[in-house]
Design a protein around this ligand. Structure first.
Ligand SMILES: *[C@@H]1O[C@H](CO)[C@@H](O)[C@H](O)[C@H]1NC(C)=O
Ligand SMILES: *[C@@H]1O[C@H](CO)[C@@H](O)[C@H](O)[C@H]1NC(C)=O
Ligand SMILES: *[C@@H]1O[C@H](CO)[C@@H](O)[C@H](O)[C@H]1NC(C)=O
Ligand SMILES: *[C@@H]1O[C@H](CO)[C@@H](O)[C@H](O)[C@H]1NC(C)=O
Length: 452
């Protein structure tokens, strides 16, 4: 879940150059010439382009996109439908029909059936018809509960309620979905024409500083954990601490992971749970990659070099991801794809494609994937409004010259490689005892924790 309520300070904001303010008659003549040429180009372009175009790109590009998505499962790293289920129905799964337009249905749900919104409502962008039209092969469904529940009832709300509800609807619509917990399972579900449904836990604030809770999440089917959401935990800093002092600084002096946090990473390696570094601070990214003996992912983050929001991945960290053989799954959210130094009036599909170009140019096509963040953000670029639009993105990448093999890597092969590596590392570590280190909770002020 990502919200516009998150403040962001942008650095390197560009001021308009003084040169553009000069006005000469020469410039005027050039401008008139350019306008005439532009009008001609548009007129000719429309005459040729319209018959060829289905979704704003040529048939050849769209045909390649559709072929890729038919032959390779499109694996998306992050969708917040579970959070929508919670905010709109308090996890009463029977109140929505995922076979029909969810946006429509949720508009009619009674207020008393909803949970109290902390953020303005985000209307759902996901349902079975839209996922099918979008040719989604596998989806990580994010288990998320607001950071305000940390050290209160986060575990009840997330583990014991939202995860259960997610299992309920995956099983209820078993002609569309199949619960999957392995890399082979993704391919089997894809062959059976089911959307492989994987579960990810979005935030270490839902662990209650307890290793056993991490293991319980694994037993419940979670195959990644995002180390933090947009709040610090006593053992790991979030991206917010790239902008202000860490919340737990006073007790811990950490700017990334502390020693217990590093053990969480190692326990995830031992379990075969993927380390997800979306939402964490830059230092937590660095510390986690150094602590992990398996590849890591960013389940829904874009390129900081193109749009300098701290939810995105900075260039030096991209180099670490390449070395780690990990994966950055590009987020489509307007707030993370359209900002300085490439800020435009409105976010566009083309800008999302620029993030793919950027990461591909920096570290290669083997380390980039898709993590759109549908149902977790209020606004998506024109052309990528909901979960039905993935083919348009792949057609745009094809138009930019991406080859079939490259599109297949981005769609799913890169993720499958990472997941297999994580499973192999788990197998290699088989026989190692679990980490049972206790967090020194007495160093924290936790009024809702009992001491017996
Ligand atoms: C779903 O319903 C919303 C709200 O009425 C509408 O704006 C949207 O176009 C619909 N989407 C589809 C795919 O039918
Ligand atoms: C927070 O930690 C940093 C790094 O150790 C230190 O420089 C700073 O003084 C600390 N701030 C507070 C408020 O404790
Ligand atoms: C935090 O840093 C200060 C100053 O270096 C040190 O005195 C204190 O013991 C540290 N606290 C913890 C919990 O590590
Ligand atoms: C941006 O979006 C607004 C609202 O939809 C629209 O009025 C405006 O013309 C758009 N601007 C550009 C440059 O496309």
């Amino acid at each position: 879940m990502d919200t516009f309520a998150d403040p962001q300070v942008n650095i390197n904001e560009k001021k308009p150059s003084i040169k553009f303010q000069q006005k000469t008659s020469v410039n005027k003549r050039i401008i008139i010439g350019v306008v005439i040429v532009a009008v001609l180009v548009v007129v000719i372009g429309v005459a040729i382009g319209v018959p060829l175009s289905r979704r704003g790109t040529s048939d050849a590009n769209m045909n390649l996109a559709l072929k890729v998505l038919r032959e390779t499962p499109l694996i998306d790293g992050h969708n917040d439908l579970p959070w929508q289920m919670r905010q709109f129905t308090r996890n009463q799964v029977h109140k929505v029909n995922l076979r029909e337009n969810t946006t429509m249905q949720w508009l009619h749900i009674k207020k008393e059936d909803m949970s109290e919104p902390k953020y303005p409502r985000i209307y759902p962008q996901t349902d079975i018809p839209r996922l099918k039209k979008g040719m989604v092969g596998a989806q990580f469904w994010a288990i998320f509960v607001d950071c305000g529940s940390q050290d209160k009832d986060a575990i009840r709300q997330s583990a014991l309620d939202t995860t259960a509800a997610t299992h309920t609807w995956i099983n209820q619509y078993d002609d569309a979905f199949r619960l999957v917990t392995t890399s082979d399972g993704i391919l089997e579900a894809f062959k059976a024409n089911r959307i492989a449904s994987l579960i990810g836990l979005e935030g270490g604030h839902m662990l209650g500083n307890t290793m056993g809770v991490l293991r319980t999440f694994y037993l419940l089917g979670c195959r990644y954990m995002t180390i933090t959401h947009s709040c610090d935990t006593p053992w790991a800093d979030s991206w917010k601490s790239d902008l202000k002092p860490s919340e737990y600084n006073s007790t811990n002096n950490i700017t990334g992971l502390n020693e217990w946090g590093k053990k969480v990473i190692k326990e995830m390696n031992r379990l075969g749970m993927i380390v997800d570094l979306s939402h964490v601070s830059k230092q937590t990214m660095i510390d986690s990659i150094e602590a992990s003996s398996a590849p890591v992912i960013f389940s829904h983050s874009s390129a900081f070099g193109y749009c300098n929001h701290y939810r995105n991945v900075q260039d030096d960290v991209l180099q670490m991801v390449k070395k780690n053989k990990g994966l950055v799954m590009v987020n489509f959210y307007n707030g993370y794809i359209n900002c300085p130094p490439n800020k435009k009036e409105n976010a566009t599909l083309s800008q999302v494609a620029e993030h793919f170009d950027y990461i591909k140019n920096k570290i290669g096509v083997d380390y980039v994937g898709v993590g759109a963040d549908y149902d977790g953000v209020p606004q998506m670029p024109v052309g990528l409004e909901d979960a039905s639009t993935y083919p348009d993105l792949f057609a745009e990448l094809a138009r930019r010259g991406y080859k079939e093999e490259e599109l297949k890597k981005i769609a799913g092969e890169n993720f499958l490689r990472v997941f297999k590596d994580v499973e192999n590392e788990r197998d290699r570590l088989k026989g190692n005892p679990p980490f049972e280190d206790l967090y020194p909770v007495e160093s924290l002020n936790l009024p809702c924790n009992t001491n017996f």
